[in-house]
Design a protein around this ligand. Sequence first.
Ligand code: GSH
Length: 208
Amino acid sequence: MKLYTFDAAPNPRRVNLFIAYKGIEIPTQQINLREGEQLGAAFRAINPRCIVPALQMDDGSVLCDGIAICWYLESLYPQRPLLGVGALQQAQVLSWDHLIFADAFVPAAEMLRNRSSAFKDRAVPGPGPVAQIPELEARGRQRLRLFWQYLDEQLKGREFVVGNTLTLADIDAFVVIDFAGWSKEQVPESCAHVHLWSARVKARLSGP
Ligand SMILES: N[C@@H](CCC(=O)N[C@@H](CS)C(=O)NCC(=O)O)C(=O)O
């Protein structure tokens, strides 16, 4: 098994934090997104979607999408579960992961990729081409502001996003806060629950 990653990028970071928390060792190979290595023939032969993270099995099959990779690894390595325990909690983690991806990662990516000339004709990850739509920067910011409020509501009276135990939903929401910061979009001070929770998640991820 080998994980193709680019550690500085947000989607690989979700998976890397998941792996580190579980204490799993998986060989990795960096694909330099800044230099466009994901679009080159060598990586395209492994993952025609030209995105990371991508997990390649020993039989050559490849899984991409962070959630699928984490789902697969959780089945192989059930220690320190991060995808919920029991049917209801598992479904809640999946539901939050879907929400965080659609309503926070996508807007954060849209803000970045529709503004910077570095992403000309590459407004969407993958082989493209996809033209930029500058208006999506403002819309992304608007959507993230709704998301911060929603997350803050969820965290009222809770230690973590789902129940009182760390899950992938916490990792994902934690990572998207930094990602939004790349476009100078910060969680407002008024979202006090998010700030307290974020410090808690940071401590859990850096602890034993
Ligand atoms: N749906 C994928 C998204 C993966 C993704 O967008 N990865 C970005 C890095 S954060 C990428 O590979 N970008 C390649 C590019 O910009 O061409 C997931 O959940 O992992």
